[in-house]
Design a protein around this ligand. Sequence first.
Ligand code: TXA
Ligand code: MG
Length: 348
Amino acid sequence: METKHWVVDNSGIIHQQYPQIKEAAALIQQGEVVAFPTETVYGLGAQVKRDSAVEKIFQAKGRPSDNPLIVHIADRTHVDELARLIPPYAQLLINAFWPGPLTIVVPKKEGAVSERVTAGLDTVAVRMPDHPAALALIKEAGVPVAAPSANRSGKPSPTTAEHVLDDLNGRIAGIVDAGETGVGLESTVVDCTGDYPVILRPGGITQADIEAVAGHADTNTALKKAEEAPKAPGMKYTHYAPEAPLYIMEGTSAAIQKKIDEWRAEGKKVGVLAAEESAASYKADTVIECGRRSDLASVARELYSALRLFNEQPVDMIISEAFPAEGVGAAIMNRLEKAAGHKWIKMR
Ligand code: TXA
Ligand code: MG
């Protein structure tokens, strides 16, 4: 299949002047899958009600079918067509954070989406993205759009159209290309089926942000303990992983350098993932920077791109600096731990 590539610029979309968006939306209406930018990462969209369309997402990604998808809407009120019940605290979260990188999991309305979207669960995950191209595309399609991140399953999520094409060129009908995404990590997924919000996947909207609006919030305990089965089915799979084994190391640059030297003495080619502040201090085969430690939002933005860059380098092992798991750092460390398969090197 030839993948169409529509380059758009965000300022024009706001005025709905884009034949490209119309063409992409028409393909979604016909039951094809189309990649599009959001403020977090690129998504791979299909209309929510048609099984065969949703199936194409799983096919293109090579995604396990027990992992449900997020439904994207372009109007806050459309959540009522999908959800059977929205607790008052969830409505407060919607009012505060939509459009934006917050996904709510709520009891689903029977028949509102294909069973393939929810993987047989009786809940549905919904979000309204904060990106003019995404909103224009969903509006133009006239239906809610199910969309996981637009990467091959297991790879880092795409933050540029090039990442999407590296993974999915020829496997999808098209891509709307509006350049780099903003946040860089996927939305915060919040379970809104209980008495208070429970974070299933940390993201750009932090636990403190949610508590400020909803009063109380918790983080799913399975995210804290690697061995427990997480409630967001997707969290159990290895994700975001570069091809070479990745280890996280807490400690000084000197301690990390010592480990690098040990591996290199064994004849291994070693890559390092480091913040800009310390990158220059390492002597290794490849050093890739991922934002500034003093500005964790920049690390979030650059992390996936940096992880992908290692696949173009001849490295046998990768060692990453650790980041403080506070604020957006919780999301950074969640993704880094998954990319590393929870492999840490402890200081001796
Ligand atoms: O930022 C994002 O959320 C991006 C952009 C494209 O919107 N999308 C995204 O989708 O990250 P995906 O499919 O890669 O991740 C969806 C996550 C998975 O961990 C999945 O298990 C969880 O949301 N999820 C979806 N439906 C759920 C449900 N009903 N209950 C619990 N978790 C659910
Ligand atoms: Mg994903």
